[in-house]
Design a protein around this ligand. Structure first.
Ligand SMILES: [Zn+2]
Length: 455
């Protein structure tokens, strides 16, 4: 829908059970959100669709589920301990905290603050009289580097506390298992290791709902390959990543590639796919050519050789890595924004979520036409179909009202149980998008739905 605001989506999510503010009865907790009954199903289905496409259907991709807490040396090798931080400034008047680089880039989008030192940033902010976006004051603290990793401690001996970190990215779990997976799966290069899991970043941001949260779920894979093949594989994942989000239903005209001009020192190429969120064009996922950086660093820091021995040529080398990573929460937000429509009907309006049936929270709503007569049969149908897919049951209010409730949570099919069901074993199935109804024998319903919800 055009002119959709983030506020509208946040309210709708809260009202219909997609997403609630985290710890809401305690007035919330900034940049945390809890998925409700409907949103939890949606996000789970999105993760399953990604896993199916990139792991199940790919002969050379292997899944892992690594620990969130890792040996702290991992984060030394990855460079996070030394340099994973943001430059922060406090407004001394209103006590709000801001990222200095954001203040500069919002003031002048042509300036690249990333390459500036703290002193240069302080000078720029002072020279240009950049004010606090919250209160308009110019009383800034000096810039401090604010660590982005959540640190906790593991005290096995009293008084002796060792720092451990909540992982800020999932990919290290794949790198450290490169040898294990290669050996046990007898994997030949090129192959990928994939993972879906939580990451944590202690960011101070305006949030923007699910777009940026301090705890988030990543879906990503690392493809290990020979340098000669690496750019082809990089281009291949750019294509596949775009196809995937289009197949999930995101509008093609709201998607674009964004190649990076500035690269991390070790990277050979990097590209985002951006989606046009209500807040503007923003990164949806990344595809990065990381060279041999990650495995080389782990070789160095762990003292274990991360070389691959080519069984055919007997060549030994450290593989290149192509990374493809997409945030499950962020993709869920894009799907919510993209699917929502306020539709004008003949004598009515309706709110509807046009989810691809494969990711819709409920596939089918089972609605007894008259509570008094059709409830028992309807419950029987629920018990039958819920063995195969998520169903919901609703016996309250007029059929029209019940359809509207299912439309707004994106249920693709509503099955009405009426006298025809009792007498002839048939049901009417109503399609969410066309609102057309067909009559089907109850025996055929399961196959009919299963065929429609395939991804
Ligand atoms: Zn202020």
């Amino acid at each position: 829908m055009e002119n959709l605001t983030m506020e509208k989506i946040v309210n709708l999510c809260k009202q219909y059970g997609f997403v609630f503010p985290g710890s809401e009865i305690y007035d919330g907790f900034a940049n945390t959100w809890d998925f409700g009954p409907v949103g939890n199903e949606l996000k789970k289905n999105i993760k399953n669709a990604w896993w199916k496409r990139f792991v199940q259907e790919d002969m050379n991709t292997y899944g892992v589920d690594a620990s969130i807490l890792m040996n702290p040396k991992v984060w030394e090798a990855s460079g996070h301990v030394a340099s994973f931080s943001d430059p922060k400034m406090d407004c001394k008047k209103c006590k709000q905290r801001f990222r200095a680089d954001n203040l500069i880039e919002e003031f002048d989008s042509t300036v690249a603050a990333e390459g500036m030192t703290n002193e240069e940033m302080e000078k720029f902010i002072d020279d240009n009289n950049i004010k606090c976006p919250n209160c308009g004051s110019k009383d800034w603290s000096e810039i401090k580097q604010f660590k982005l990793m959540f640190e906790t401690s593991r005290g096995t001996v009293e008084g002796n506390k060792d720092s451990v970190y909540l992982r800020p990215e999932t990919c290290q779990g794949e790198y450290v298992n490169f040898l294990n997976v290669q050996r046990t799966a007898r994997a030949k290069i090129p192959f990928a290791i994939a993972q879906i899991g939580k990451s944590f970043r202690n960011e101070i941001t305006p949030g923007n709902f699910l777009f940026r949260t301090i705890e988030f779920e990543q879906m990503e894979l690392q493809k290990f390959c020979k340098e000669d093949d690496s750019f082809n594989i990089y281009e291949d994942y750019k294509k596949r990543a775009l196809e995937f989000v289009k197949d999930l239903g995101l509008d093609a005209d709201k998607l674009r590639y964004h190649d990076h001009d500035k690269l991390a020192h070790y990277a050979k190429a990097a590209c985002d796919i951006q989606y046009k969120f209500p807040i503007g064009w923003e990164e949806l996922n990344g595809i990065h050519h990381r060279g041999t950086w990650d495995l080389s660093r782990h070789s160095e820091f762990s003292g274990k050789s991360m070389e691959y021995l080519d069984p055919e040529t007997n060549e030994k080398y450290i593989p290149n890595v192509i990374e493809y990573s997409i945030g499950a929460d962020r993709l869920t937000l894009a799907i919510l924004c993209n699917s929502y429509e306020e539709e004008t009907l003949e004598n009515d309006t309706r709110e509807v979520m046009h989810f691809h049936p494969a990711i819709a929270p409920y596939k089918v709503a089972i609605l007894p036409l008259v509570k008094k007569y059709h409830t028992d049969k309807a419950k029987e149908v629920f018990n039958m179909l819920s063995k195969y897919f998520m169903c919901t049951y609703d016996e309250t209010g007029s059929i029209g009202k019940r359809y509207r409730r299912e439309d707004v949570i994106g249920t693709p099919y509503c099955i009405t149980i009426d006298d025809e069901t009792l007498n002839n074993n048939t049901v009417t199935i109503r399609d969410r998008d066309t609102m057309n109804q067909i009559t089907l024998s109850l025996d055929d319903v399961k196959d009919y739905i299963e065929d429609k919800i395939r991804f």
